[in-house]
Structures are given as C-alpha cells and as structure tokens.
Design a protein around this ligand. Structure first.
Ligand SMILES: [Zn+2]
Length: 219
C-alpha cells in the first residue's frame, strides 16, 4: 500500500510535510509489516530513527515527516486482531427513566465520597493556621510564653475542627446510605417491581436488558 497525500491508504493525509507518495507499507503477516520510504522529502521514522526500509509491528511508532504519526491499524483496519471479536450488544433498550436514576445515584455517590476524602485534609488546616497566627502575634513576648500560647491555641483549634469534621463526616455517611436506599427504591424493574441491583445500565445491556429476578426485559 502506497501511503501519502496521493496514497492508497483509507484516510486522507493533508499534512504539508508528508509527500504525495511518502512510503510503502506491506503486510507480511498479522503483526509484521514492512515499511519502505519512497524517497520522501521529510523522511520516514520508526521509533525516532530515520529509515529507508525495515520491518515494523503495530507497537512501533511510525512518523511520516516530523508531524504525522502513522497508525498501521488505520491502514489495515481488518487486520486488527484485538478488535474483531467484541460481543455484539443486543438490541434491547435499557429504559431511560432507570438510566436517569442510576446516573443521578452515581453522581451523588461520587460527590459525597469526594467530600469525605477532602475532609481529612481540611481538618488539619485550622490547627495549622491558628498555630502560625498565634506564633506571629506573640513574637515579641518571651519565647516560652509565645510557644505555650501557640500550642494552646492550636490544641483548641484542633479539638474544634475535629468535632466539626466528625459531625460533617457522619452527615456525609448518612447521605451516602440514603442515596443507596433511594437507588434500591427507584432502580426497579417495571415487571416484577424488584430492585435490579447496584449495576450500571451498560452491564444490563450486555445481557439483553433482562431482569435478574423475573428474566423479562426490564421496563
Ligand atoms: Zn423483574
């Protein structure tokens, strides 16, 4: 296959640094190809090295001139061994209202979990800041007094922020549980009215949108 701006590849190349007939790509077997530079103006490179003719695999990085990366898969789309056997998804359509329920659940769940994670870092801040402020405000006082005040204020700040964070943490955990309960109430099959499970719509689509309880198509 001749590759270039006027080549035979199944896509168009407009890069001005690629020649009209830039190189020739020949298939040897499923994963071995031969590439030959056709005396192009800006050269053909394999893994950064300028070549005249060499064997390549799909793992090699091929460049036509300085800017155009060449994908063997795109030149020989039918030879892609890893892509030719995904199970064809069944035609059944997962109900939109249930899809919406799951999207909302997932969004809330990840937001709440992020909040929980952030809390750990935020907790240390008040202690640190109050400590620094007290230390700065008392620099004129004797060292012992200044440090004593700093540690005292930091300890109080730590205690308060610990209490507050604990409270928010509990509330957030409650919200996570509530969100899960909501899913169990709303993410139900219209046939048997049972909770279909904490799984995304895609995983139901893989099995033809069948309800795990009554085996009918989820509605
Ligand atoms: Zn059912």
């Amino acid at each position: 296959m001749i590759i270039g701006k006027e080549g035979q590849q199944p896509f168009v190349i407009t890069d001005p640094m690629v020649s009209r007939k830039h190189c020739k790509l020949t298939k040897i077997d499923t994963n071995t190809f031969e590439i030959e530079d056709l005396d192009s103006r800006n050269g053909t490179f394999v893994n950064g090295i300028s070549i005249v003719k060499c064997k390549v695999t799909k793992a090699d990085k091929i460049m036509l001139g300085p800017n155009f990366p060449l994908s063997i898969d795109e030149c020989f789309p039918q030879t892609n061994g890893s892509k030719n056997s995904p199970p064809t998804p069944p035609e059944s359509h997962f109900p939109d209202h249930l899809r919406h329920v799951y999207t909302c659940y997932q969004k809330a769940d990840s937001q709440l979990k992020t909040k929980l994670n952030m809390l750990g870092y935020v907790r240390a801040l008040p202690t640190l800041i109050s400590g620094i402020i007290t230390k700065l405000a008392t620099t004129e006082k004797s060292d012992l007094l200044s440090w004593g005040l700093t540690i005292g204020v930091a300890a109080i700040a730590f205690f308060i922020s610990y209490k507050v964070a604990k409270k928010i943490c509990e509330q957030t955990n409650d919200q996570i549980i509530k969100n899960k309960n909501n899913l169990q109430i709303n993410y139900i099959d219209g046939n048997c009215k049972k909770f279909i499970g904490d799984k995304p719509p895609e995983s139901f689509e893989m099995v033809g949108c069948k309800c795990p309880h009554c085996k009918k198509i989820i509605k």
